[in-house]
Write a protein of this length. Structure first.
Length: 276
């Protein structure tokens, strides 16, 4: 019987472009395709190493002269809601959660458009049409759910989160909500409810995406206890946000070849630099 070794994923680097979080800086991403029978295991393994999923791609910031973007997750066992977070939970007690298969609907897209026009009118997703939205939701080779939050009285869709199920947690890929409910702190509430989802399913972590010290768009993530950030190829507890202030210096990040060589595949094999 003939046996073949599994093909190692190939890693690539995007061209530099203006950073959406910190003015005057350029961003660059290291990425690989997420496909085939090993997609779930690859996503599980690379999520633990600071990667994020966007459709069928896994990526991680790899900027040439900046190390500001830090992958963040909440250690569920160490999380304790603050007084304001408990108020947010009570304020949204009238919402009902429903988890469905990754299938896009017109109601979701309508809410998504209102959210973008209110909060991110000039962002990179501002021109996303209904077909691109459907691709964002439905093109997933792994275990993904659409978590919807509806008003128990009216049935109206209030918030949505595209959520991946990992072997050690849940990953919040993208969330959006009704911009008319500004006082409800819906963004914070969706994170709090995902902490509850993780607890209900015995999963230790909630992956939040990236936290960027100094970025007003990302400041709210530092308000969650139990927060950990991926720095120096390991997860570290974030006790003081000031300890992780960004450094704009070309030597902050390792060369691309070293970054790739330090990535571990799900079977435990390190990658070689030639994979870039």
């Amino acid at each position: 019987m003939r046996h073949t070794l599994p093909i190692a994923p190939q890693f690539y680097v995007t061209a530099p472009q203006p950073c959406p979080y910190l003015p005057g800086r350029m961003e660059r991403k290291l990425f690989t395709a997420l496909q085939g029978e090993g997609a779930q295991r690859l996503n599980d393994g690379l999520s633990k190493q600071g990667f994020r999923r966007s459709q069928n791609v896994l990526y991680r910031p790899s900027c040439a002269d900046c190390a500001a973007c830090l992958s963040a997750r909440i250690n569920v066992a160490e999380f304790a809601a603050s007084k304001s977070q408990r108020r947010t939970i009570r304020r949204n007690a009238g919402l009902k959660r429903r988890a469905t298969s990754p299938w896009a609907t017109e109601e979701q897209y309508s809410l998504f458009r209102r959210y973008l026009e209110s909060r991110h009118a000039t962002g990179g997703m501002a021109d996303m049409d209904t077909f691109e939205f459907a691709a964002m939701v439905e093109e997933t080779p792994i275990r993904t759910r659409v978590v919807e939050y509806t008003d128990t009285d009216t049935g109206a869709l209030i918030a949505v989160c595209l959520t991946d199920i990992l072997d050690d947690g849940v990953s919040m890929v993208y969330s959006f909500y009704d911009p008319d409910h500004t006082s409800a702190s819906l963004g914070t509430y969706v994170i709090l409810d995902h902490i509850a989802i993780a607890r209900e399913n015995g999963l230790p972590y909630v992956y939040l995406g990236y936290w960027v010290p100094g970025s007003p768009k990302m400041g709210y993530k530092a308000g969650f206890s139990g927060l950990e950030v991926y720095v120096g190829n390991r997860w570290q507890k974030m006790r003081n946000p000031e300890d992780f202030r960004a450094q704009a210096h070309p030597l902050v990040n390792d060369p691309i070849s070293e970054q790739v060589a330090n990535i571990s595949l799900p079977d435990g094999r390190p990658l070689r630099a030639r994979s870039v």
